[in-house]
Write a protein that binds this ligand. Structure first.
Ligand SMILES: [Zn+2]
Length: 244
């Protein structure tokens, strides 16, 4: 048996080592970031670090992409990504039970930093992502959908649902989500950013999060971007020549 005092000493040591490594990585990632606020280097630096640390467990070798084009209008295209390795995410990538001296908060929520510490064996680190509505952190996805796939989670344990007590509260919450998403999209050019709402695919509805991943190389635009560009041209607000 390991005595309580030894457990306590080791818990304190690991906490200090983790905090120091987290601060060191944050400073390095900050140094990589674009002075005008572009987050691409931060996200790509974080994922590179987490590939080395063994947190990202899928190298995407089995990922396939299918393009489905409307026969009468080739401009209308759907893309389907198929990655059989994603099924492994349901088995989890980390520990289910907290070791002695560590708290399992909010029923072991996978997006609470206090749980991620011990769940991922003190090897998973985040990158700070300040958003208009508050403080968020990006975490590399262990079983990514595509390249540089990160989950951008609120620091606070707040639900994914934006529906509030009444209409005014719901609209206010929805507006803040949209402002955050637009801000993220501006900071991550050539990335897809999105939120899976409750009832629309969110697998962790108890903790608010966005997702971001790099677009497939060569992919010019998603249908929603093409529609936005048409609207911009109609309104005369477009930025011709600007990459998506
Ligand atoms: Zn949480």
């Amino acid at each position: 048996m390991i005595s309580d005092s030894i457990h306590q000493a080791m818990t304190g040591l690991i906490r200090r080592q983790y905090d120091r490594a987290r601060q060191d990585l944050s400073a390095r990632l900050q140094a990589l970031s674009d002075p005008e606020g572009d987050l691409v280097s931060v996200i790509e630096g974080l994922v590179a670090h987490q590939v080395h640390a063994g947190i990202v467990q899928d190298d995407l070798h089995a990922l396939e992409r299918f393009q489905i084009t409307a026969p009468r209008d080739p401009a209308r295209v759907f893309f389907v990504d198929y990655n059989p390795a994603r099924a492994r995410r349901h088995h989890g990538a980390g520990r289910a039970e907290a070791p002695p001296g560590w708290d399992r908060v909010n029923a072991g929520c996978y997006l609470c930093p206090e749980n991620i510490l011990w769940q991922q064996r003190f090897c998973q680190f985040p990158a700070p992502v300040p958003l208009p509505s508050g403080s968020y952190h990006a975490w590399a996805n262990p079983f990514p959908l595509g390249h540089f796939h990160v989950t951008i989670a609120a620091d606070a344990h707040v639900p994914q649902a934006w529906m509030g007590q009444d209409r005014a509260q719901s609209l206010d919450s929805l507006a803040r989500r949209i402002v955050d998403l637009v801000h993220l999209a501006q900071q991550l050019p050539r990335y897809l950013v999105f939120e899976n709402g409750t009832g629309a695919g969110a697998t962790l509805p108890q903790h608010h999060h966005f997702q971001a991943l790099k677009k497939w190389p060569g992919l010019t635009r998603y249908p929603i971007e093409a529609a936005a560009r048409v609207q911009e041209e109609r309104d005369g607000t477009g930025k011709a020549g600007q990459p998506f």
